[in-house]
Design a protein around this ligand. Structure first.
Ligand code: XLS
Ligand code: NI
Ligand code: NI
Length: 437
């Protein structure tokens, strides 16, 4: 069997003092944190599209990296070489999951019947590799944004024929996801949105997106898909207004159409910040609604207004993420590195460095989040902050066993209210720093 990353051996944990660039400094899969192995807290996944596909093309220039893996791009030989290289890569890093779009796996043909045939062929090939290595599929999805037919949207398109192509892609992507034992199925609404209201019927489009999702659930359950469907919210890019703006919006949409039992959120850090939220905000909103499913682990650049999909390096943010995940009792999904190397990081070695950075960052996040939880001062503060609701009148409010009149009488008897107590933000932020450093 050909080795693609010949000069790189299996990446092991060596500790923070190690100067070996191909070692983990903090990610120690077997280390126990809060009673569980690190690797169980952190089911990492490789995004097929970025790692095996993206080669650096941007709006101003073409590829800088070679992702041909020795074959001609656009052929099935290349598709298979990507499988081989991808599995070698995951094995060398100890990554146990992957995520894919249909057209990441095979080159798309002009005739959808041929694309589907190619998908059957490649998924047989992938399945063999999965059996050999124990590597699993985290989630699958259909790319309903690259092909020109989706220029006016997929579920939200104005063309009934294009809507059928979206349905056909979802059907096939679900078939492949089930065949590969995927835990989840993602809808990221890349072109589900609009540029101007002058040519758009929002109500019509949203009804149709929901119709497509409903049929996906019906079909998925029929063919034995037991996992979660996910919406991956994003506020913009490529569209100016995307319907799944953020977690709150997507959750409202799911409830409106009765899809909330089958769907959860796949939260991407860079999408959260594009929506003007923190990563942890989106996670908390999902969690309090019982819909925290999976994570696209990456980070954006606060100075740039688009989805830069960088490998996560911000330990503070990763800590706040892991704090939310632990508090929510873990993910049903995993941590998919929906991230790509910077255009100038164009070597095979850089591919490994991206994942090593991301995995170490989340390991640090996990270690720090565990410290915050074990320390207990944050929880204690929050508990105390709301403690007035343990009073007689507070309990009545919580039980719903009161009226506006009774509460008004309470207020009038007090004449004026005391201030509700300090928010203590600086004190709390100081605690976090003292635990980190
Ligand atoms: C794009 C999205 C996309 C989804 C899968 O911004 O992050 O990559 O994760 O379609
Ligand atoms: Ni994503
Ligand atoms: Ni994204």
């Amino acid at each position: 069997m050909k080795e693609y990353f010949e000069n790189i051996k299996k990446v092991e944990y060596e500790g923070r003092e190690s100067k070996n660039p191909f070692s983990f400094k903090f990610y120690n899969p077997e280390q126990i944190i809060l009673g569980k192995k690190m690797k169980e807290h952190l089911p990492f996944a490789m995004a097929w599209w970025h790692n095996l596909g993206a080669a650096g093309t941007d709006m101003f220039g073409r590829d800088t990296a070679d992702k041909s893996f020795g074959e001609k791009i656009g052929t099935m030989e290349h598709a298979k070489a990507k499988v081989d290289a991808g599995f070698e890569f995951m094995q060398k890093l100890g990554i146990e999951y992957f995520c894919f779009h249909d057209v990441d796996l095979v080159p798309e043909a002009d005739d959808i019947n041929e694309t589907n045939r190619r998908l059957d062929e490649i998924s047989d090939y992938i399945l063999e590799k999965m059996k050999l290595t124990g590597i699993k599929c985290l989630w699958g999805t259909a790319n309903m944004f690259s092909n020109p037919r989706y220029m006016n949207g997929a579920g939200s398109t104005n063309s009934a024929d294009v809507f059928c192509f979206a349905a056909a892609q979802v059907k096939k992507a679900l078939d492949i996801t089930v065949k590969l034992g995927g835990k989840g199925y993602v809808f990221w609404g890349g072109r589900e949105g609009y540029e101007t209201l002058l040519n758009t019927d929002i109500g019509f489009e949203q009804n149709n997106i929901a119709r497509l999702m409903k049929m996906a659930v019906e079909y998925g359950r029929k063919i034995g898909f037991k996992g979660d469907f996910y919406i991956e919210p994003k506020p913009k890019e490529p569209m100016k207004h995307q319907y799944d703006f953020d977690a709150s919006t997507a959750i409202g949409f799911l409830r409106q159409y009765g899809l909330d039992k089958d769907f959860k959120m796949n939260i991407e850090a860079n999408h959260a910040t594009l929506a003007g939220h923190t990563f942890e905000h989106e996670l908390r909103i999902s969690a309090v609604n019982g819909m925290l499913g999976s994570i696209d682990a990456n980070q954006g650049d606060y100075l740039l207004g688009w989805d830069t999909d960088q490998f996560p390096s911000d330990v503070y943010s990763a800590t706040m993420c892991m704090y939310e995940v632990i508090k929510a009792g873990g993910l049903t999904g995993g941590f998919n590195f929906d991230a790509k190397n910077r255009r100038a990081s164009n070597t095979y070695e850089d591919m490994f460095h991206g994942f090593i950075l991301g995995m170490d960052t989340f390991a640090l996040g996990l270690i720090n989040a565990a410290k915050i939880i074990e320390d207990g001062r944050i929880d204690e503060f929050v508990g105390k902050k709301y403690s007035s609701f343990n009073s007689e009148i507070g309990k009545k409010i919580l039980s719903g066993n009161t009226t506006l009149e009774e509460l008004s009488d309470h207020a009038c008897a007090l004449k004026s209210a005391e201030l509700p107590g300090s928010g203590g933000q600086e004190y709390l932020e100081g605690i976090i720093n003292s635990l980190f450093f």
